[in-house]
Design a protein around this ligand. Sequence first.
Ligand code: PLP
Length: 349
Amino acid sequence: MPTGTLHIDLEAIAANWRALDRMSAQSCETAAVVKADAYGLGLTQVAPRLAQEGARAFFVATTDEGLELRRTLGPEPRIYILYGHMSGDTQMIKRADLVPMICSIEQLTRHLETLPRHPFGLQLDTGMNRLGLREAEWQVVADLALAAEPVLIASHLHSADEPDSPHNTAQLSAFRRMTEGVEAPRSLSATGGILLGPGFHFDMTRPGVGLYGGLPYAKAEPVVALDLPVITCFDIEAGESVGYGASWTARAPSRIATVAGGYADGMHRALQPGMELMAGPVPCPAVGRVSMDLLTIDISHLDHDPDVLTLLDPHHTVDALAQVGGTIGYEVLTSLGARYARRYRGAAT
Ligand SMILES: *Cc1c(COP(=O)(O)O)cnc(C)c1O
């Protein structure tokens, strides 16, 4: 038996892609970001469903992910590699027909020397200071790079989840300035940028988290649900503690349910105290520390011992859970781990 059952609604992912696609002009292509195993939800299930929906451009972080995606999707879709052209990846980029998103002068040189006619994109840094050619570097190499006809020029917003942040318009101006007059298609926006409006869309958008039901796309259809089986239930006396470090002590006689699933399944220790699981409509607090494979839940107020408890459902989202632990929905999703039984609804046909 697995630790729990992770329900993943591919219909909802497809609906979220369509909705995000509709927010931009017809002339703007909507790609799909499926890095980190499609944000933990399963690349080989998610990507074919999005391809069936009409997605023709996919982004992953690593060349290894790109290779797996190519095997999954076949020769047609364009697969962009956000790490760019890393040393050692040249043959794989060529064989799997991947498009490295070049992010430094060193990578540009490597690409033009080793795969001179192979398609590539460019990442420009407009203020995030993470990945991409900086403005001064770009001024030096722009002519050379543009002469090699990049298939995409992209940058990334660092504060798009805060619509009123002045950084958004500052990055927009920098991107405009750095790409003025270029013929290559341009892309600036991930999920947050799509919500900022058409001025941020250019020729391609790159939604990731919004596809998977996460903020900042508040109107997303919910995608994941997580049920954890109860292993055993028992009574303890007032004054007895539960779990490692005896961090929680019962004030009154209590009934405890021990549930399959722990920090190895993405329930970080930082989610305690504060995490709740649902017995149908009734919330039940997790008590004591999260173990590697187990959670302990106070079910004293229930009139029966449940068979399963639910951690995530349409009303208990990854973002709500993330807030308990001071993190973000992205991190909860990508931490879900490999031990769950995964049940997919709406697989590609
Ligand atoms: C991860 C990533 C995206 C997708 O971002 P979301 O916020 O998940 O939509 C888009 N572009 C780049 C460069 C990224 O690293």
